[in-house]
Design a binder for this molecule. Structure first.
Ligand code: PPE
Length: 312
């Protein structure tokens, strides 16, 4: 990863190299943490963070689901994100706020451990590659099932839950695919290792409902609204793997992945990015970079002016 200058750690800005924790930290042993992924984009009016408050609110909800009391308010964490973006001076970056149980007591119960809160920011390009963004990626249905809603709450963006995603994406990559798609125990399409899934069939758009153990994606929500505004029908309904094979178009959404077309699933060719996928990808990328007034309420501007990027 590309290092930046500062990391916000428990209320203070520390040098990147000094943002350290003890190996006895509870979160390291048991995956007891929650996190967010947010993007800041350069717009004509300066750098703006896409749906920052919604992301921080989801962080708070995730914490609540882990019985974790965040020692900072949504407003304070929001300000910390803006501060770290401002001080690192990148016009575009990815922001990673996270909270975890730190060093105190080991043992599965979190009692006796402090809650540490950190915000990092760094440059992150196309999650599934520029080529994938343009021509679509190849996916594989994972043999690992998405964790059930009563196993770990999928509405929480919790660190430990990502073992599920890690196994799926590693399996897919090792078999030569770009990304995995996980199914529920019942065989319904859930989400990718780090993205929500959409299919287009006969001009209509469909995406799995929240009951399929998906992360309630903020990009998913944005895309549903953008698509409906453009006049498309978007249905939240159960999908099975053959719905993917027989789709006219498929794409994935996520903060990191933005809108990434899928060109095949299990080597069943869906084809190059279709017209609806292209249109929605363009509309999304335009929205996050401040194009038009329609969705301007989703942009939260960075008040500290970003410095000119250093000359190479
Ligand atoms: N499902 C999963 C499992 C997931 O991790 C993400 C985000 C989404 C759906 C889409 O959610 P949203 O970003 O709110 O639209 N994955 C984040 C982490 C990626 C990573 O590798 O780390 C992200 O996109 O930031």
């Amino acid at each position: 990863m590309r290092e930046t200058e500062k990391i916000w750690m428990n209320g203070e800005l520390v040098d990147w190299a000094d943002a350290k924790i003890h190996v006895g930290a509870h979160g390291l042993h048991y995956g007891t943490g929650v996190f967010e992924g947010i993007r800041c984009y350069e717009t004509q009016k300066g750098s703006a963070v896409f749906r920052l408050t919604d992301h921080v609110k989801r962080l708070e909800a995730s914490a609540r689901l882990l019985y974790m009391d965040l020692p900072y308010t949504v407003q304070e964490i929001r300000d910390a994100c803006l501060e770290v973006i401002g001080v690192n001076g990148l016009p575009e970056c990815y922001i990673r706020p996270f909270a975890f149980y730190g060093y105190g007591e080991l043992g599965v119960s979190t009692a006796g451990n402090p809650v540490e809160v950190v915000v990092m920011s760094w440059p992150w390009g196309a999650y599934l590659g520029d080529e994938g963004m343009k021509n679509g990626i190849r996916c594989k249905i994972s043999s690992w099932k998405r964790v059930g809603a009563n196993t770990i709450p999928h509405a929480a963006k919790a660190t430990g839950i990502y073992l599920n995603s890690m196994l799926a994406v590693m399996e897919a990559n090792r078999a030569g695919y770009d990304e995995a798609i996980l199914l529920t125990d019942d065989g319904f399409v859930a989400d990718g290792s780090g993205e929500n899934v959409f299919v287009v069939k006969d001009g209509k758009i469909a995406t799995p409902p929240l009951s399929t153990s998906i992360l309630p994606g903020i990009t998913r929500d944005s895309l549903i609204q953008i698509a409906q505004d453009l006049g498309y029908t978007v249905e939240e309904k159960n999908l099975i793997r053959t719905d993917l094979y027989l789709a006219d178009e498929i794409f994935m959404t996520g903060t990191a992945a933005e809108v990434t077309p899928i060109r095949s699933v299990d080597d069943q060719e869906v084809g190059p990015p279709g017209e609806i996928t292209r249109k929605l990808q363009e509309a999304y990328l335009d929205t996050v970079r401040g194009g038009g007034e329609r969705w301007s309420h989703w942009l939260e501007y960075v008040s500290i002016p970003a410095r000119e990027p250093a000359q190479a």
